[in-house]
Design a binder for this molecule. Structure first.
Ligand code: NAI
Ligand code: ENO
Length: 318
């Protein structure tokens, strides 16, 4: 147990991320009280059954009363309306944050509704799964994963530092950057990959010459991995793409250009181009695994690349 970092935390939204934060607060003793608000009574009831908080509210304004840390754990498209609902009820000096996968649009949507007497420090834990809802959360979700904070110019550094301490207490590593830079980076490492997964699973589902049952029966691990990602929450991902349009379109344009050159390499049987790219991408995968950023690898205790007897100095194909 750690000394509580906050007297009262309010979590608005109690899905995968909200419930994982709640479990961290409860099990690691990070706050005295945890008020939970969500709009659906069934979800609130489930949060109470799971003992995720100390009070439960259908009205977010009620939950934030007296809270010294408020975290919105909602789809990014709902953050503006939630900020409007809680704005007048926030305690002076409170820290207001969020966990949204997009930052600049969330900042623009929330900031006009927040009074000048609170500290707004937007955040994004780069940790999650394809699951959603209060049952999906787990204590270890943030361990050894990055959380990015995007404090706005002029934000009191002491408020940012308190939030850094909070996230570090969950086991997360923390980095700060601008919201715009965050959105560009996340577009390529998270948003476009999800779009590719949604697209390939959609394409396979629409193929007339391959029956649905064959897709299921013969799905090799590559396709299977895509189906996991393509099972992610539709509301959450619709909101991400609608709120990070510019960065996603920029990265998609680059992606399409590179895809066209691969298409050309295949057409002209240019094996060197294919081989060179696959060699470079394999090295990237290995550095991710070595950095301990792959949960599956970490789970199987395979953090160190194994020696490949056929290819001196590198690991076998995965
Ligand atoms: N799922 C993931 O892997 C990750 C998600 N995020 C971000 O965290 C946020 C929450 O995501 P999850 O916890 O996965 O979602 P979730 O779907 O598991 O939970 C969302 C919660 O918000 C509530 N909610 C939904 N729409 C609402 C509305 N209009 N007004 C009020 N409450 C509403 C739901 O009842 C639920 O309690 C999103 O902004 C997402 O981009 C960040 C990192 C990882
Ligand atoms: O499940 C996966 O593979 C993810 O990529 C989870 C995830 C989804 C959204 C985020 O903003 C961060 C992490």
């Amino acid at each position: 147990m750690t000394t509580p970092l906050f007297d009262k935390v309010a979590l608005i939204g109690i899905g995968l991320i909200g419930s994982s934060i709640a479990l961290n607060i409860r099990d690691r003793g990070l706050a005295g009280e945890v008020a939970i608000a969500t709009r659906r009574p069934e979800t609130l009831k489930r949060a109470e059954e799971l003992k995720l908080g100390t009070s439960y509210h259908l009205d977010p304004a009620e939950a934030v009363a007296g809270a010294d840390l408020v975290i919105l754990c909602l789809p990014v498209g709902s953050c503006g309306a939630a900020a409007a609902a809680i704005g007048p009820h926030l305690k002076p000096g409170a820290i207001v944050s969020d966990v949204g996968s997009v930052k600049a649009a969330v900042v623009s949507a929330m900031q006009p509704h927040l009074p000048g007497h609170v500290h707004f420090v937007p955040g994004h834990p780069i940790a999650g799964t394809e699951q959603s809802g209060p049952d999906a959360g787990f204590l270890e979700l943030f361990e050894n994963r990055w959380t990015i904070l995007t404090p706005i110019e002029g934000t009191d550094p002491a408020a940012t530092e308190r939030l850094v301490r909070f996230w570090k207490a969950t086991g997360a590593m923390v980095e700060t950057m601008t919201a715009e830079h965050h959105d560009l980076v996340l577009a390529i490492v998270s948003h476009v990959p999800h779009l590719i997964a949604y697209n390939i699973v959609g394409t396979a589902a629409d193929l007339e010459t391959v029956t649905q049952s064959e897709v299921i029966k013969f799905s090799a691990s590559g396709f299977r991995d895509f189906t996991r990602i393509a099972a992610s929450d539709p509301t959450m991902w619709r909101d991400i793409f609608l709120n990070n349009r510019e960065a996603v379109l920029e990265m998609l344009a680059r992606f399409s250009e590179d895809l066209a050159s691969l298409q050309r390499a295949i057409r002209w049987a240019d094996g060197d181009t294919l081989f060179d790219l696959f060699t470079r991408t394999r090295a990237i995968r290995r550095s991710i695994v070595e950095a301990g950023q792959d949960t599956q690898e970490a789970n199987f205790g395979r953090l160190k690349p194994r020696k490949d007897p056929w290819n001196e100095g590198s690991a076998p194909g995965e």
